[in-house]
Design a protein around this ligand. Structure first.
Ligand SMILES: Cc1cc2nc3c(=O)[nH]c(=O)nc-3n(C[C@H](O)[C@H](O)[C@H](O)COP(=O)(O)O)c2cc1C
Length: 130
């Protein structure tokens, strides 16, 4: 499937509850993921998971954010039509106005060099999973 490159100014935001269920996504997130906002709300964030992503990457993400720290990392996501897009994500723990814990992820474009590096690294990590 083909790659969709993020615009240099793209800023994709999503918000989840404590379990990773989507509560909000901005228009740019919806655009790149290929889903309407109504299709995303209430779904697990793994809706955009790409099969090339190793399990260990998400274990690192969850261990970090559950401990109250922010996580930064490179993620290959899968859009509804099967295409993929790479992002650099920062995930922040936060508390909403109802005093409920949740997480917010902000995503930006990554360079071709980083893409190459993480493509290779994740491929190796995937191989080790088997
Ligand atoms: C705020 C937030 C944003 C996330 N964003 C993504 C994302 O863009 N892509 C993705 O594959 N997983 C994302 N995740 C991780 C998913 O919740 C999930 O752990 C991952 O897709 C792996 O799926 P699995 O846990 O069902 O194996 C995010 C989690 C949180 C809390």
């Amino acid at each position: 499937m083909h790659e969709v490159k993020l615009d240099t100014r793209a800023f994709l935001v999503s918000e989840t509850d404590e379990k990773g269920i989507i509560n909000f996504a901005n228009d740019e997130f919806c655009k790149y993921a290929g889903y309407s906002i109504d299709e995303l709300i209430g779904k697990p964030h793994s809706i955009v998971r790409h099969p090339d992503m190793p399990k260990a990457a998400f274990k690192g993400l969850w261990d970090t954010i559950k401990s109250g720290q922010k996580w930064r990392g490179f993620v290959k996501n899968k859009a509804k039509d099967g295409s993929y897009y790479w992002v650099f994500a920062t995930v922040y723990p936060f508390v909403n106005c109802d005093n409920k814990k949740g997480y917010i992820s902000c995503r930006r474009v990554i360079s071709d060099m980083e893409k190459k590096k993480y493509d290779k690294l994740y491929e190796e990590m995937k191989r080790e999973e088997r």
